[in-house]
Design a protein around this ligand. Structure first.
Ligand SMILES: [Zn+2]
Length: 411
């Protein structure tokens, strides 16, 4: 029999048929549709003999015993955003099911192999992404805040979880699942345009971007639009505008794939008859390298102060949120590169802009790597999300090849 990547494509369509509608995938975590998808997955895995277990955070595990108790983990998430695509998250899970079938056919692998379907990667209902993987990684520290979260209907998060057998206060018990984990592999659609623009089906992910998010507030003086001469204005928007135009220059100077985005500017008083008194800018900066990320930030700060001085206004910086870059494992990146080259001829290494469950696992100290498969038009989190079938099949083959290499290297 051997590996059957066509089966993965057929099962992806079957899942979409079962849990999607004309607007796209509807497998939002902690809903009846999501539960139906998990039951369907259980039936798909059953013939391999892998044993199922649901941990304290609601993650669904399937364990195929090997010669050693140390485990190679293959992960993904079957939950989707509302009106989501047919591939995000579930491609990873179903490709891993096919790898599990191939392994089960061949007898006990050198390491135990475990498939994990992470609970609530998307955070679509309660706005908290990476729920299950952060619990397993032990990095979840916002239980107090989560207790207060409600969905659009006013249902509290702990109540919704309880309906699916998960007690928020005990979620961190999922940590024991990562004990004895030797390595973690995850395949995902790219959700961006890079591989398509290079005309490559597959890529190897170097890690996930670190992020610095700040509120930058410029303060000038409101003054009458008619009576205030141009050379006597203290215009806060001038500072914001000059900073925005400087960002591409800063990103270019720092290099290494840096990205900076001013995602919003709110001006006050915000009327046509007044010079702007305050301009509040939302700034998002990302880089795979911590030093270069710090450089992006200090460059933007310095530029904002220079513009403030030149415009005779003030500027303040407040941090909204930040996360360190999470680099993946060098040995696994090398193996993934080999696997991709053997399957598709050429490999390409790229960082991941979005966070993934793999970042949480890597943060917990488990050697981790991800494979990306090309996304058409770079679209995701929409029913328009798509990847060529031939590329999906190559992706299943690459994950399978990488699994074999990892089992050999870590046995
Ligand atoms: Zn995803």
């Amino acid at each position: 029999m051997g590996l059957s990547p066509e089966t993965t494509v057929a099962e992806l369509r079957e899942l979409q048929e079962l849990t999607g509608d004309e607007n796209g995938a509807q497998r939002v975590a902690w809903t009846e549709t999501w539960e139906r998808a998990r039951a369907w997955l259980r039936e798909k895995v059953a013939p391999t003999g892998a044993e199922e277990e649901i941990d304290e955070a609601g993650n669904q595990w399937f364990t195929l015993p090997g010669e050693s108790e140390r485990a190679l983990l293959l992960g993904g998430h079957i939950d989707s955003v509302p009106n989501g695509g047919w591939l995000d998250g579930c491609l990873n899970v179903l490709a891993a099911v096919e790898v599990l079938r191939r392994l089960a056919e061949e007898g006990a692998p050198p390491l135990t192999v475990r498939l994990v379907n992470w609970a609530d990667e998307e955070g679509a209902r309660f706005g908290r992404s990476l729920f299950g993987s952060s619990a397993a990684a032990g990095s979840m520290a916002d239980q107090d805040e989560l207790r207060e979260r409600r969905d659009a209907e006013g249902i509290a998060l702990p109540d919704a979880l309880a309906e699916h057998g998960v007690d928020l206060d005990r979620a961190l018990g999922a940590r024991r699942e990562l004990e004895g984990a030797a390595a973690y592999l995850e395949l995902h659609i790219e959700q961006g345009p890079v591989l398509e623009s290079l005309d490559l089906p597959l890529g190897v992910v170097l890690g996930t971007f670190g992020v610095e998010r700040h509120l930058v507030t410029f303060r000038g003086q409101a003054a009458h639009a008619g009576s205030t001469p141009m050379d006597q204005r203290r215009d806060a928007l001038a500072g914001a505008a000059r900073l925005e135009l400087e960002l591409p220059e800063i990103a270019r100077r720092v290099g290494g794939g840096a990205v900076c985005t001013m995602g919003g500017v709110v001006t006050k008083p915000g009327i046509v008859t007044s010079v702007v008194e305050t301009a509040e800018c939302l700034l998002d900066q990302r880089h795979l390298d911590a030093t270069q990320l710090a450089e992006l930030l200090s460059n933007a700060e310095a530029a904002s102060r220079r513009f403030a001085q030149e415009e005779d206004i003030d500027v303040d910086w407040d941090k909204i949120w930040s996360i360190e870059p999470i680099p993946f494992d060098e040995l696994l990146i090398g193996l993934a590169d080999e696997a991709v080259r053997e399957i598709s001829g050429t490999s390409h290494q790229l960082p991941s802009g979005p966070l993934h469950d793999a970042a949480e696992v890597a943060r917990a100290g488990i050697p981790t790597v991800m494979l990306f498969v090309q996304s058409l038009r770079g679209l995701s989190h929409t029913k328009l999300e798509d990847t060529k079938e031939e590329h999906l099949e190559l992706a299943v083959r690459a994950l399978d090849r990488l699994t074999t290499k990892t089992l050999q290297a870590f046995a």
